[in-house]
Design a protein around this ligand. Structure first.
Ligand SMILES: Cc1cc2nc3c(=O)[nH]c(=O)nc-3n(C[C@H](O)[C@H](O)[C@H](O)COP(=O)(O)O)c2cc1C
Length: 277
């Protein structure tokens, strides 16, 4: 079987997880095309029967670049699909978002899996969570997920379901519901705007290359289209000259209020026994 896997990843966690799934498909004798959102070409779809989409979680939902990609896909009637994600706290409805958009295109979404990924998001309240994740055990589960998917496709009558691998369905919880309120507009209002320090900027254009929303332009340099910025802070994290500065102020307190470990544990977003730091 030909499998197409399309991934959005900023710091590599989702790529690492995707590779464990892809390697497992390959070891079962399937052909896998693993591409990023930017490398994706619609022609790839025609020869693939199974499509996987992977992404990090942003603000307890699927990130806007992943949603834009999924909304722009052609019809996927007759194709089967799966979704996977990495997250550093409360994944909310990230997998459901992706599976819903795939289903709207006509795909039959058969499985979904979430794992942990080390947090590089620069808010002091969150940065550094889940160090080293996804780890070897997460990657082993990723490989098992690929076996599960193939079993579901090849033996559809077998109803031997593994709950962890069916995480694409909507889960009623605080973070899934809250995610409906946190739109990009709300995030722009609540989270700090990266300040540009002209005296440090060497005009390498790395921020422009890395911005997943193509919100930064070089002419005039560096101009940010604020209505496109999703506050992912990729420009802040990747600038070698540290020419983009964040002033967190009360925004960090707000994050700590909503995404604090005891609360995430009580609300079931972090499983018992899962080590955060
Ligand atoms: C803008 C932004 C928002 C995030 N929001 C959440 C969140 O709401 N819940 C969560 O569990 N993790 C959140 N994270 C953490 C990432 O989902 C996590 O670190 C992920 O593994 C990163 O994947 P990548 O390395 O493939 O980019 C956020 C990260 C970023 C950059």
């Amino acid at each position: 079987m030909n499998v197409l896997m399309v991934i959005f990843s900023q710091t590599g966690n989702t790529v690492k997880f995707a590779e464990s799934i892809s390697n497992s498909f390959s070891s079962q004798g399937h052909n896998v095309y693993l591409v990023t959102l930017n490398q994706f070409k619609p022609e790839l779809l025609s020869s693939c029967q199974l499509i996987g989409v992977g992404s990090p979680c942003f603000n307890s939902q699927a990130p806007t670049p992943a949603k834009i990609f999924l909304r722009g896909l052609p019809l996927l009637k007759g194709k089967q699909a799966f979704v996977f994600a990495t997250s550093g706290g409360a994944p909310g409805k990230v997998l459901f978002d992706m599976s819903l958009l795939l289903r709207r295109k006509g795909a039959d979404v058969i499985a979904g899996l979430h794992t942990r990924g080390e947090v590089a998001y620069p808010a002091p309240a969150l940065k550094g969570r889940f160090p080293g994740r996804p780890n070897q055990e997460d990657l082993r589960i990723g490989a098992a997920f690929a076996h599960y998917i193939m079993k579901k496709i090849l033996h559809p009558a077998n109803d031997d379901l593994i709950r962890e691998f069916e995480s694409h369905k909507f889960a009623w919880n605080f973070y899934s519901l809250m995610a409906y309120l946190i739109t990009d507009g709300v995030i722009r209002l609540l989270m700090p705007k990266p300040n540009h320090l002209a005296q440090r900027c060497q005009k390498h254009g790395i921020c422009q290359i890395n911005c997943p929303m193509a919100a930064i332009t070089l002419k005039p340099y560096p101009s940010v289209n604020q209505s496109r910025c999703i506050r992912c802070f990729r420009c802040v994290n990747t600038c070698p000259e540290l020419a983009r500065l964040l002033q967190w102020g009360w925004a960090d307190w707000l994050i700590a209020l909503v995404y604090n470990v005891p609360m995430e544990r009580i609300l079931g977003a972090i499983k018992p026994g899962d080590t955060v730091y």
